[in-house]
Design a binder for this molecule. Structure first.
Ligand code: SIN
Length: 480
């Protein structure tokens, strides 16, 4: 089986790349689990974009400021300057963002944006609506419940992948491979990601000598309801705060103003860190309160959050809800250029959350991630279309490594605790060194290849966190 393009992952970046590759190309989208198990599906708040040409400089400025000095300005320019066209393309193809009775688009605000510039759909179900739309518009074949376990690379060129499909490994060859497999959520005890987002491709890249960068830059979302059994926790979108929800302590005090004059609307890194510090200082439970909302407006604007919280027994909007920060988004990833190309490996691309184009710097501005998925997916698709020609294929053997062992499950849980306790919002040298030693112990045990992917990625995160000694953006280092 030989394809023009294999796309690993069926979230916004993978599916939009598929949509931009013409029907006459032979394209295969490979999806690790059921189609809806991706981070795009769970995105609530919306898609940020420059509202019009005049807003581009402000959108760039807000993105750079949130990124705390570490953004690649060229990447941010590409993101913002292409944002209107990307959204217009969705609308032209029939996607409906929320609008008023005169079909005027409704924009909302999230933290650290200087104006209302976020479009949403289904109220608080933007990701789900977008994902459904992109699946419907995917003109290419899709292979689900299949995981990629190897990249076929020889002499600096990629020739395809090995997949594990119904417990059997086989090679699938392609002229180009796009990795769009998302972030690293399952490395953490508390996270907001789809359960199967587990850093496989990042770990596989490390095995193959492909560079990851900025892996220490991990974003923790401030407002997550964590009182549930599963590792995946319920996100309470930042748009709630953008429209008036407040963060308070047990006594109803809005303590965030002690840390930043923007209070709840400071950038995500500042809010999460302030919550962590305040909780440590006072020992108090923290809450998200919705008193500023009219009941009917709340029910219509945030229908899923409202329904889910009421099902859990919270009488929202009048009752407040306990919250904690939880892991949310991997800013670092597979080093790639502004066309999504992975340096030193011809015909290999990385886009979306799995990639590092340095567009988010040290802290991603809210709702810039769905936009990143769209903009850089198109760049990669165009690059492939432009550069496609003949390719001499070569045959590869298939890895005979054991994929997983019965004991791996407990070790995965151990890893989640190590990462949550030592490599989360506040990092210390001793905590990071403890994490590194524990990860090395696990790596030296008899483990399956799939667990090795997670451990290698976790190790890379810890090494990057150790080597960045100063605090910046989401990366906070304390002495010790
Ligand atoms: C949210 O809705 O708060 C998440 C948006 C994002 O991560 O950009």
């Amino acid at each position: 089986m030989r394809y023009d393009v294999i796309i690993i992952g069926a979230g916004i970046a993978g599916l939009y790349a598929a949509m931009k590759l013409p029907k006459d190309k032979k394209v295969l989208v490979i999806n690790k689990r059921e189609t809806f198990k991706c981070n795009t599906f769970y995105a609530q708040g919306g898609v940020a974009l420059a509202r019009d040409k005049d807003d581009i400089p402000a959108h760039i400025k807000d993105t750079l400021e949130a990124g705390d000095g570490l953004c690649d300005e060229e990447a941010v320019k590409i993101l913002s300057e292409n944002s209107i066209e990307a959204i217009d393309d969705l609308i032209k193809n029939g996607f409906e963002f929320d609008h008023d009775e005169n079909r005027k688009l409704l924009y909302t605000k999230e933290a650290a944006h200087s104006c209302e510039r976020i479009l949403h759909a289904g109220g608080d179900a933007t990701g789900r609506y977008l994902h459904h739309f992109l699946l419907e518009h995917n003109p290419h074949a899709m292979l689900s419940d299949t995981r990629v376990v190897d990249l076929l690379i020889k002499s600096g060129e990629c020739y395809g992948v090995t997949v594990l499909d119904h417990r059997q490994c086989r090679n699938i060859y392609a002229k180009n491979v796009i990795i769009a497999s998302g972030g690293v959520g399952s490395l953490y005890e508390y996270h907001t990601n789809a359960p199967c987002i587990s850093a496989d491709m990042q770990g596989l890249c490390l095995m193959k000598g492909i560079e990851l960068e900025r892996m220490e830059m991990l974003q923790f979302h401030p407002t997550v309801f964590v009182d549930s059994k599963n590792a995946q926790k319920m996100l309470l979108t930042e748009a709630l705060r953008g429209e008036g929800a407040t963060i308070e302590d047990e006594n109803g005090k809005r303590f965030l103003f002690e840390y930043d004059e923007r209070g709840e609307l400071a950038s995500r890194d500042i809010v999460s860190k302030s919550m962590y510090e305040y909780k440590k200082k006072t020992g108090m439970q923290l809450y998200l309160a919705f008193n500023n909302f009219d009941e009917k407006y709340f029910e219509e604007r945030f229908p899923n959050i409202c329904k889910n919280l009421r099902a859990l027994g919270f009488n929202v909007p009048s009752q407040r809800v306990p919250i904690s920060p939880a892991f949310h988004y991997a800013i670092g990833g597979i080093k790639s250029d502004l066309k999504g190309r992975v340096p030193n490996v011809k015909n290999l691309y990385a886009i979306g959350e799995v990639a590092s184009t340095r567009v988010h710097g040290a802290n991603r501005l809210a709702s810039n991630s769905l936009l990143e998925g769209l903009v850089f997916a198109k760049e990669a698709a165009l690059d492939i279309i432009k550069s496609s020609g003949k390719k001499e294929f070569i045959e590869f053997g298939i890895t005979d490594e054991v994929m997983s062992l019965k004991e791996d499950k407990a070790k995965k849980n151990q890893l989640r605790r190590i990462m949550w306790e030592n490599v989360s919002i506040i990092r210390t040298k001793s905590g990071l060194n403890d994490a590194l030693s524990s990860i090395n112990v696990l790596l030296n045990e008899k483990i399956g290849r799939l667990l090795k992917f997670r451990l290698l990625t976790a190790k890379e995160i810890v090494i990057s966190a150790l080597s960045r000694k100063e605090s910046v953006g989401v990366h906070t280092r304390l002495e010790e």
